[in-house]
Each structure stands twice: as C-alpha cells, then as structure tokens.
Write a new protein. Sequence first.
Length: 254
Amino acid sequence: MAHEVIAREVEIEVGGATPMTAYLARPAGAGEYPAVLVGAELWGLTEDVREIVREVAALGYVAIVPDVYHRFGADTAAGLAESDENRTRAFELVGRLTRDGVEADLRACVAYAREHEGASGKTGALGFSLGGHITYFAASRLDLDAAAVYYPGWLPVAGTALSRPQPLLEETGRIAERDVRMLMFFAELDHVIDAEQRRQIGDALTADGVRHELVVYPGAQHAFFVPGREPYDKAAADDSWTRVRELFAAELGQ
C-alpha cells in the first residue's frame, strides 16, 4: 500500500555557498524511513522530477533531489523549461559542475534528511540521464546501500559533467569498495549511450566486482521513463520501476 506523502521545498546550507534549494518528500506517518537521493535530468528541479520524488516517498522513503546548479544563480531553483535556449544554458551549467561541489551537495542532502526528517541509516540513490551520471558518482563517494541508474550519459567519455578530468567510469572501483548494489537501465535506441558504451560500463562493473544488473530495453529511446514525452515507453518504464522497488526493498527495507 502506498504511503500518504508530505512534500515541500527546503533550503540547505552547503559549505558557505548560496543556500541550495532541494525538493523533499516523505511519508506522512510518524517513524524512521531510509533516505533516497534523487538525481534530476539536465533540466533540474522540474515538476517531472518532483513527481518522481513523491513517488519514491510513497514507497516508504525520505526522498530528496538537490538543485546542483545552485551556485550559478537562484533562478535555477524551479528547474528549466525544455527549449533549445535552455538546453544551451543547461549544458553551460553542467560544464561548471565540479566533483567536490556535487559531493558536498549530495552529502548535505543526506545530512538534512537525517537531521530534520528522521531518515534512518540506510541510504539509496536514483537518477535519470544527467542525474544517472550524478548517481553513479554518488555511489563512488557516498556510503550508499543501493543505486538505480537510468540511461547515464558520459560515463566512459572524458570531458562532460563529472567525467572531468577523466571518465567517471574510472571511479567504478570505489563503488566496489563501498559494496553498493547497482541497477542500470539503458535504452536500445539511445542517441546518447550506444551499445559500445553500454559494453564498457558493464565490463567495468564486472571487472571491479560490483554487484550489479544491466537491463537494456529493446526499441526504447533515451528518456523513456517520464510520461508525456515523445520517448516515453510505458512497458519499459513500468518494468524498470518494479525493479527499482524490488532493489530498494531488498537493500534499504520498507
């Protein structure tokens, strides 16, 4: 049975920088719940990712998504509308992200969830596209128990997002050291992540001994998860969400 959910925006202090806006949702009932970090797509804190945060909370978790662009202007707090102009701007913001800054943001979110929302010690992560890239990074730096990663771009390719100075895929050994269980979702017809990149990611996870599963959905495209968009694939979205629920239930509880 789904939990009734309470959701709101919060402001979190991060190392003296401009306060970071985050969107948080949790079950309305009293009690301790595991924490789940959510990584947003390129567009930031849009209604699409806020809905995902609420859906995670309905499963019995304290879910929180940060505005990782917060150092670059307060106008990013509500997310960016999808347009060619905003795509250009968003990639400029992505180019200004740093590993240290994003790690500080993610750690601040977990600390806030534990201090203010009674989150228990178990922590998971879930991310989509850029947010999947960030979730992979989180698994290499934070003490996570499980991570579900949807179509993460730029893992084996240096130069974009957190694949600087070297590809983020080279951090896979850190994931193994933390014994994070990874669930990776890919689309067969993804224009961002081709079959060779999927192979490289799978090989790296296997070589480093990460507990993982890779799922590739035939005929699906990048961004297949979010309803209302042209790439939406209901069968792939529903199957993947069932797997996310099973992963979090097994590794986080609830």
